[in-house]
Design a binder for this molecule. Structure first.
Ligand code: ARG
Length: 585
């Protein structure tokens, strides 16, 4: 059990022994670290049930706890708080237990099967910064859930089946009418060479989308090409397969740099075979209604405060819609994995879409009452003008350009110091530092908040930045390797010798609890806060303490043990948010 759970059990026992219900014994971290390390506010709620002054209840319980040697201090404070601090021997014991436990004293849990849908780039359209946020947040949640012992499945959910595909087909047909894919009389084998390169593709899509806005006939052509593709028309389908592959290969290169990989590379197109069954389920339940040539489902509920328009399932031209595709994907996920939870890490602007999809899936029985679908939304990354981050020319920033900007910023900083000599090593470190800057710059904010992309701030080695954390880990590592060179071994962790050391120990034992909180709130920023908490107090401790030259052998070994544990905790948490640590910095 982690520390908070252990204390909750101790305090619950005391409540019970004092004649109150044990449900009031919940312990939290202290709101007043100047007074105590932990607190229990249960006496305030118990007061109502027992019609007694909260302070009287708090005193009864505190009296019993005072006899417990695991506490150095227990106090009942007005109006009814129970304040507690840990005995230092007990604290050191907890750290030694944690050091010996690969699960960091996390409680045994019933593992859940969780599908996480994140990343979600679109074929032929370049990845942009919105996809970046989804990728970074989703990847952190994936790794966190996995660390906690859940069965987690990630699916990139590629946008490969919508109108953008019809636009690319129609535009390519205009620009390269000679391609065999567009020859209705062609009966041979289609070429192995892809018809477009990534660069051509990235160029064609914006052209097509601009043309469709001005030219109605072209827009109709693109819509028709989309429906034809969805019906797997010969030529179009083969063309699509080729450009999908080109796109996927390119996306994988960007994701590689980000250090992100997916268990499944399914796309919207993979939902197509399930749509027939979705329609069948909706029909059987009598949910489909006709309206102006389209098929719709009423997803409103009596408790709705805002109007909830019906969900369109099939358009009048027969094409698959984004929402319908999501229903098909849900059916596939239920059949393949039967998950307990499905998390969609998609920006807040799509919250209405998911509300409709989840309601419709519930009504149709695609998901049962025991499957939880959660939209995990997030805000936007803005430029210094407070508007969504753009390129200098004013376009949407491409992810590959952003990565380049951040990496070269990191490279310049690395070149300013002479810690790393070799060019190749410099480049490698620049990638790690750049990615850390970008990821922490994002994840330190609660996901729902918009934030400002500020490269100089993200790359600083002080403040709440990625490089600061990396620097701290490198520093610990270098002390540990110096110790190894001098054959000094880490040993059992002793009770703290100073206030700062005690603070460091307290932030370390808080990690498991922070992980559980981050998981419950789907909030990677809690992991970041835990990291900065540890790093800040560690750096203070390090500044105050002469470790390697300490004459007291068991104290020195204890400090080395504490350093080892600190390093391990930093690496575990950094791994969760996808940050690597260079050897030198
Ligand atoms: N590809 C979509 C976009 O770029 C996001 C898809 C999110 N996932 C989903 N299951 N709808 O906006």
């Amino acid at each position: 059990m982690n520390i908070r759970q252990q204390l909750t059990q101790i305090v619950s026992d005391a409540f019970e022994k004092a004649g109150y219900s044990r449900e009031y014994g919940n312990v939290t971290g202290s709101n007043r670290p100047d007074l105590c390390q932990f607190q229990c506010n249960g006496a305030m709620s118990a007061a109502k049930e027992y019609k007694k002054a909260p302070i009287a209840i708090a005193r009864d319980v505190a009296e019993l706890l005072k006899a417990d040697s695991r506490f150095s201090m227990v106090d009942a404070a007005a109006p009814g708080f129970i304040n507690m601090s840990l005995d230092e021997g007990y604290l050191a014991g907890l750290l030694n237990d944690m050091a010996a436990d690969s699960r960091l004293l996390l409680p045994e849990m019933q593992p859940l099967t969780i599908v996480i849908d994140y990343g979600a780039p679109n074929v032929a359209k370049p990845l942009h910064v919105g996809h970046l946020r989804s990728t970074i947040i989703g990847d952190a949640l994936y790794k966190l859930a996995k660390f906690l012992g859940h069965r987690v499945i990630s699916d990139v959910h590629l946008g490969d089946w919508g109108l953008q595909m019809g636009l690319v087909i129609a535009e390519t047909r205009r620009q390269k009418p000679g391609l065999v894919y567009f020859d209705p009389d062609f009966t041979g084998e289609y070429p192995e060479e892809p018809p477009l390169t990534v660069d051509e593709m990235n160029f064609i899509y914006p052209q097509a989308s601009a043309r469709a806005k001005e030219d109605e006939a072209f827009a109709a052509e693109a819509a028709a090409a989309t429906v034809a593709l969805q019906n797997k028309a010969r030529g179009y389908y083969e063309f699509w397969q080729q450009i999908r592959q080109v796109s996927v290969d390119d996306l994988k290169r960007s994701y590689d740099i980000l250090g992100v990989s997916f268990d499944y590379w399914y796309g919207e197109s993979d939902a197509a075979p399930y749509i027939e069954d979705v329609l069948k389920l909706l029909r059987e339940k009598g949910l489909l209604q006709e309206s102006e040539g389209a098929l719709i489902v009423d997803v409103s509920m009596p408790e709705d405060k805002e109007p909830m328009p019906p969900m369109i399932i099939v358009k009048s031209d027969g094409g698959d819609l984004y929402g319908t595709t999501d229903l098909g994907t849900l059916l596939q996920r239920m059949r393949d994995w039967n998950p307990d939870e499905i998390w969609y890490v998609v920006d807040n602007r799509q919250s209405f879409h998911f509300k409709q999809v989840f309601r419709c899936a519930g009504l149709a029985g695609i998901i049962g009452d025991d499957t939880l679908c959660i939209h995990i939304g997030f805000g936007t990354m803005n430029g210094k003008d407070g508007k969504p981050y753009k390129t200098r020319e004013g376009g949407v920033m491409r992810l590959s350009d952003l990565i380049e900007t951040v990496t070269s910023g990191a490279y310049d900083r690395i070149c300013q110091s002479d810690v790393i000599g070799e060019e190749e090593e410099k480049r490698k470190a620049a990638r790690m530092v750049g990615m850390a800057a970008l990821k922490i710059g994002d994840l330190i904010n609660h996901r729902n908040k918009d934030y400002i992309f500020d490269l100089d701030r993200f790359l600083a080695t002080d403040g709440k930045t990625g490089p600061y954390l990396q620097y701290t880990a490198v520093r610990i590592n270098s002390v540990l390797s110096k110790a190894r060179e001098q054959s000094l071994k880490p040993g059992k962790i002793l009770p703290p010798a100073t206030d700062t050391e005690r603070d460091l120990m307290l932030s370390l034992i808080g990690v498991a609890d922070n992980m559980l909180r981050a998981f419950a709130d789907k909030a990677p920023n809690v992991i970041c806060e835990s990291l900065f908490d540890i790093a800040t107090v560690f750096n203070k401790f390090y500044g105050e303490t002469k470790i390697l030259t300490c004459a007291d052998e068991s104290r020195r070994a204890s400090w080395l043990g504490l350093l080892e544990l600190t390093h391990r905790m930093l690496i575990i948490l950094l791994d969760i948010i996808g940050v690597d640590v260079p050897e030198k910095m």
